[in-house]
Design a protein around this ligand. Structure first.
Ligand SMILES: [Cu+2]
Length: 179
């Protein structure tokens, strides 16, 4: 089953972006772009030698609001790869997050510098750890849906993948915008 694409980019998306940026302070990665929401399948120019793949990608189901995507980033190259942004048609605003703090008092926040995957190494995205944060789901992510994502690397290349939507009850990190 292929999930349908979104065609609406609402003005509220801009407000959400601004709010997110204001909350997170100076971060250089605002990945969500209206263009990505319109044309999810047009990244052919940069996929020739993608140094990165993602194993077992999945996204938490959500009708609206926030959600997150997970998986294992695998660097198949001989140089470190840095993921600096992500986008998906189902949420106009996407951020790269980490979870900070200890058990009982965790908060999530933007991962400064992005996700760095060492040469030949891997970087796990999981509930309670680093994750791709969907800040504002506009198209309900139903169980079993296949949701397209595009990662932007530090060198400007992009890597696309499809995440399967799963129900997941645990690790409901609370978002603390003004920590
Ligand atoms: Cu998050």
């Amino acid at each position: 089953m292929t999930s349908t694409t979104v065609h609406r980019v609402l003005p509220a998306a801009l407000a959400a972006l601004l709010a997110a940026a204001a909350c997170a302070g100076p971060a250089g990665t605002t990945a969500a772009s209206p263009a990505a929401a319109q044309a999810p399948a047009s990244v052919s120019a940069t996929t020739a030698a993608a140094p990165l793949s993602i194993a077992d990608p999945w996204v938490k189901t959500a009708r609206s609001g926030m959600s997150a995507a997970f998986g294992t980033l695998v660097n198949t190259s001989r140089e470190a790869v840095t993921v600096v942004g992500a986008s998906t048609p189902v949420s106009p605003s996407v951020e790269l997050h980490e979870v900070a703090g200890d058990a009982g008092a965790t908060t999530m926040r933007r991962k400064q510098g992005g996700f760095v995957i060492p040469a030949g190494g891997r970087h796990v995205l999981r509930p309670g750890g680093d994750h791709i944060m969907l800040m504002d789901v506009r198209t309900a992510v139903e169980p079993g849906a296949e949701v397209p994502f595009t990662l932007t690397l530090k060198d400007g290349r992009t890597v696309s993948f499809t995440a399967v939507a799963k129900d997941f009850a645990g690790a409901n990190e609370s978002y603390a915008p003004h920590e």
